[in-house]
Design a protein around this ligand. Structure first.
Ligand SMILES: O=c1[nH]cc([C@@H]2O[C@H](COP(=O)(O)OP(=O)(O)OP(=O)(O)O)[C@@H](O)[C@H]2O)c(=O)[nH]1
Length: 632
């Protein structure tokens, strides 16, 4: 929650972590950042003697790691990421730089050097902002480093060797992992612990604040507190136009300094106190007294209470095609928007202001314009538009959620409430009961597949397969990405005849479409085409275990040993802090379908009982995770 406002600035951007370090991935994952992992191939062989300080070496290495990935990705598909993050962690002791040990003897010499002494751990971080001009990559590099001092106790030779034999030192700078067994070697740590583990998260967030909320000089005041050091803060109520982003910045800045922006009761009262203080120059002496007397402000609950209003505001703005009207660089006043979409000026003004607060629109004196996020995802004809999915959520899913209480009590979907009869055939009787509902559903699925397909297609190396069959592959959006990624692959999309009839509305004339075939059929009733690789993308979550058994046994009987089965689903994982989408989606499955979302363990059990082994999962960081297994 605390880091949400800054991290949210990266939502909608293609963020890449140029690092193979599982620790870095975990630190950024837990902060709620969504990113792809593309390990850098940069060889860490810069001449250390050429750098006057150890941190300059770490900074340069971090930068080279990130630039190598940005260049490679741009060359590969002329689609550079928006942001690439590179990092390098080193240990510095007695003027020497230690990296990862090459072998056990090397680990021993490193740990002996650290024994009983204080050393510094430096992590250099490079944030590379990328753009492309005429297919050429353009980059802007922002870098910083963090130093943490660590002291080792006096350790016996025996303990050092026991530690080395644990295998832990080998992929760690300085030959120890402070987060695991290596923690036992450490007497004290001065500074950021996560910096030692491989990524200085706190400094990273401060850097994002600098990048995404640059303060204008005269907006910064140094506020004196009685017992805490001086804190930078931002005048918030002075300028109504920019109120929303400034207040976010103020919260972020305070929170990163270890304060709760809402600690004095409701947020409004705190802001007023701060502004009053700027005017009077008086310290905020009473603030800490109040904290003890007042209940903490339940920010998370307020967010949840407001959640449905925020969703509906976005849905209605999409439905009224507000973002289409403001697409590109258009700036319009509320009255012009109202005139275009034939709505009341006062109503539109409220809607546009709410969308501005939700960071979907920008507002200036000239009027309203789309944010980058809206241009990319909310305009109905943008490449990665979610418009169709949002319309489906507004026109269809919303109604189902009004019956959530009954669904929870009855433990079953609410089709009988919406359609006034129980659905005999889930898809035919619900999503496909008219041409209009069918196209709306197909459009929704098309949107999701488009934004997830590349991550699903590249989660595993599928180049060993020559033929694939995407069962229930809808509009073929995943098939199109698969044939682009794998030049030797032919894909059959096996879908209901009703769906295939309408696919022409969604066909991009993309490269490689001659390698895609659409075959009509029902995977529960008809024979399925032969293939080396079967794909079930967002299929299993619609069905009960019994129905899944029927489908998996059919696939298992059709495919040869060595064939693959790729699933794309939202996998439930309690450990993932940002995994709430999957849990909410499971409720969605309850109100609408016969199925549910499942954990990796549940998928593994289902797959293994039909002879699929070597079940591997990749959490793509995107909406859908990928699971690959092999038929034995
Ligand atoms: O206490 C700990 N200290 C260090 C680590 C881990 O050590 C490595 C440092 O290596 P480097 O920065 O070169 O990163 P790599 O793992 O090689 O990945 P790249 O692909 O980014 O080069 C790093 O993984 C730290 O996490 C530790 O775990 N504990």
């Amino acid at each position: 929650m605390v880091l949400c406002p800054v991290i949210r600035k990266l939502v909608g951007k293609r963020v890449v972590l140029a690092s193979a370090s599982p620790r870095r991935q975990e630190i950024l994952n837990s902060a709620g950042l969504r990113f792809e992992v593309v390990p850098s191939r940069f060889k860490e062989t810069l001449d250390k003697a050429a750098f006057s300080t150890p941190y300059e070496y770490a900074l340069e290495t971090a930068k080279q790691k990130a630039l190598e990935v940005a260049n490679r990705m741009n060359k590969k598909d002329f689609r550079s990421p928006d942001v690439v993050i590179g990092a390098d962690t080193i240990v510095s002791v007695d003027g020497q730089i230690l990296e990862k040990p090459a072998d056990k003897q090397h680990a021993y010499s490193m740990l002996s050097r650290l024994n009983g002494k204080e050393h510094s751990v430096f992590t250099g971080v490079a944030i590379v902002l990328c753009s492309t001009k005429d297919k050429q990559l353009e980059t802007e590099v922002f870098e910083f480093y963090e130093e943490t001092k660590v002291k080792f106790s006096d350790l016996s030779e025996e303990l050092l060797w026991e530690y080395i034999h644990s295998g832990e030192p080998m992929d760690k700078a300085g030959g120890y992992g402070i987060q695991s067994l290596g923690g036992m070697l450490v007497e004290y740590v001065h500074g950021d612990f996560l910096n030692v583990v491989g990524f200085p998260l706190n400094h990273f967030c401060k850097k994002l604040v600098e990048l995404y909320y640059p303060p204008s000089k005269d907006a910064i005041h140094h506020v004196k507190h009685d017992s805490v050091p001086s804190v930078e803060t931002f005048e918030v109520l002075s300028d109504e136009e920019s109120g929303s982003s400034n207040s976010t910045q103020q919260n972020v800045t305070s929170m990163l300094k270890g304060e709760s922006a809402f600690s004095c009761g409701d947020p409004g009262s705190l802001r007023k106190k701060e502004v009053a203080q700027h005017v009077s120059g008086e310290p905020m002496a009473n603030c800490s007294e109040n904290v003890e007397n007042q209940a903490p402000f339940p920010t998370i609950l307020i967010e949840l209470l407001d959640g449905f209003k925020a969703s509906k505001a976005m849905f209605v703005a999409c439905k009224l095609k507000v973002f289409d009207l403001l697409k590109g660089k258009d700036i319009l006043k509320a009255k012009d928007v109202a005139a275009h979409i034939n709505a009341s000026v006062c109503g539109i003004e409220r809607l546009l202001d709410a969308c501005t607060a939700l960071e979907l629109l920008n507002k200036t004196n000239e009027g309203y314009s789309n944010t980058e996020l809206a241009n990319k995802f909310l305009v109905s004809d943008s490449e990665y538009s979610l418009h169709g999915f949002i319309i489906h959520a507004n026109d269809y899913v919303w109604q189902f959620f009004t019956h959530l209480e009954s669904a929870v009590k009855e433990g079953t979907n609410q089709n009988h409430q919406i359609f006034e009869k129980k659905a005999q055939n889930l898809f035919q009787d619900t999503f496909y009961h008219s041409r209009e509902t069918k196209l709306r559903f197909m459009n929704a699925m098309h949107c999701i597949i488009k934004v997830t397909a590349r991550d699903v297609a590249t989660a595993f190396d599928l180049s060993g397969f020559r033929s694939a069959c995407d069962l229930g592959g809808c509009t073929g959006a995943l098939a199109h990405v698969l044939v682009q990624e794998y030049p030797d692959l032919h894909v059959t999309v096996f879908e209901l005849p009703d769906v295939i009839e309408n696919i022409s509305c969604f066909q991009p004339l993309g490269q490689g479409s001659s390698r895609i075939t659409f075959t009509p059929g029902d995977f529960f009733k008809d024979n399925i085409p032969k293939a080396d690789l079967y794909i079930l993308s967002r299929i299993l979550h619609d069905w009960s275990d019994d129905k899944i058994d029927i489908l998996l046994s059919k696939i298992s009987d059709t495919c040869k040993p060595g064939s693959g089965l790729l699933l794309a689903e939202m996998v439930l994982d309690k450990k993932r802090r940002h995994g709430r989408s999957a849990w909410l989606q499971s409720l969605n499955m309850l109100v609408q379908t016969e199925g549910k979302e499942r954990s990796c363990f549940e998928y593994r059990c289902l797959l293994e009982r039909h002879g699929f082994r070597n079940v591997q999962i990749v959490q793509t960081g995107n909406w859908l995770d990928a699971i690959l297994c092999t038929k034995c």
